[in-house]
Write a protein that binds this ligand. Structure first.
Ligand code: 13P
Length: 239
């Protein structure tokens, strides 16, 4: 299974950032990242320019609407994301779930992504109070059951504990391992399971070496290409 190193730029960047994948390629050429897929998910505004300008790095969106078209001001469809040349779309990120996005909406978005030839990255993860109450595995199982599109195997799952996002806090290696084993039992073989939440060059190697961690979804540390390259290199070394 190829490892997936995915950058979620969230609401960062400007038009000059379309050159960042080329910068990444010069820091870490493809010959030095065998077995690793690198994906960058910029703000939607930059998708088309980035896909036109990028080689050797996949490009994805951070969200899509579940319908193909219609009166949905400010939204973009999976079909539009595909038309812009992208290959992946993140769905159900906790920052969107916090804004009211339901499992049912996430499932519909993921299904639309699959219909249009995109690979959805379906995000799940517990809150701190859920973890402290010993409910983390049950919460994640329920999210997966309700947000995965039925019968689709070309999906990626990202486990992102909410309390680890942007905080510098990371679960123990044992906790990451047991959650990823738990998710593996639910999703079956062949689905890549990413870990996300405060992944940095300094902890990437240890996290990416855990069984059933098939890559990472990275926020803050993905904005600098040097740091993204160091995280990518950590896989090459640990695999
Ligand atoms: P950080 O890497 O900044 O913690 O963000 C993780 C994340 O939310 C990626 O989707």
């Amino acid at each position: 299974m190829r490892t997936l190193i995915a950058a979620n730029w969230k609401m960062h960047g400007n038009s000059s950032w379309v050159d960042k994948p080329a910068e990444f390629g010069s820091i870490l050429p493809q010959s030095k990242r065998e077995g690793v897929d690198v994906l960058i998910c910029p703000p939607a505004l930059f998708l088309a320019a980035m896909t036109a300008n990028t080689q050797g790095v996949f490009i994805g969106a951070q969200n899509c609407h579940h319908e193909d078209k219609g009166a949905h001001t400010g939204e973009i469809s999976a079909e539009m994301v595909k038309d812009a040349g992208a290959d992946y779309v993140i769905v159900g990120h906790s920052e969107r779930r916090e804004g009211g996005e339901t499992n049912r909406a996430v499932q519909a978005k993921a299904a639309s992504a699959c219909r249009h030839g995109l690979t959805p990255i379906i995000c799940v993860g517990e809150s701190l109070s859920q973890r402290e109450a010993g409910e983390a595995e049950a919460v994640v199982a329920a999210q997966l059951a309700a947000s995965m599109p039925e019968g689709e195997t070309s999906i990626v799952v990202a486990y992102e504990p909410i309390w680890a996002i942007g905080t510098g806090k990371v679960p123990t290696i044992e906790d990451i391992g047991s959650m990823h084993n738990h998710i593996r039992k639910i999703v079956g073989k062949g689905v890549r399971i990413l870990y996300g939440g405060s992944v940095k060059p300094g902890n990437a190697r240890e996290i990416l070496a855990v069984e059933n961690v098939n890559g990472a979804l990275i926020g803050g540390a993905s904005l600098e290409m040097d740091s993204l390259a160091k995280i990518t290199q950590a896989v090459a070394v640990s695999s």
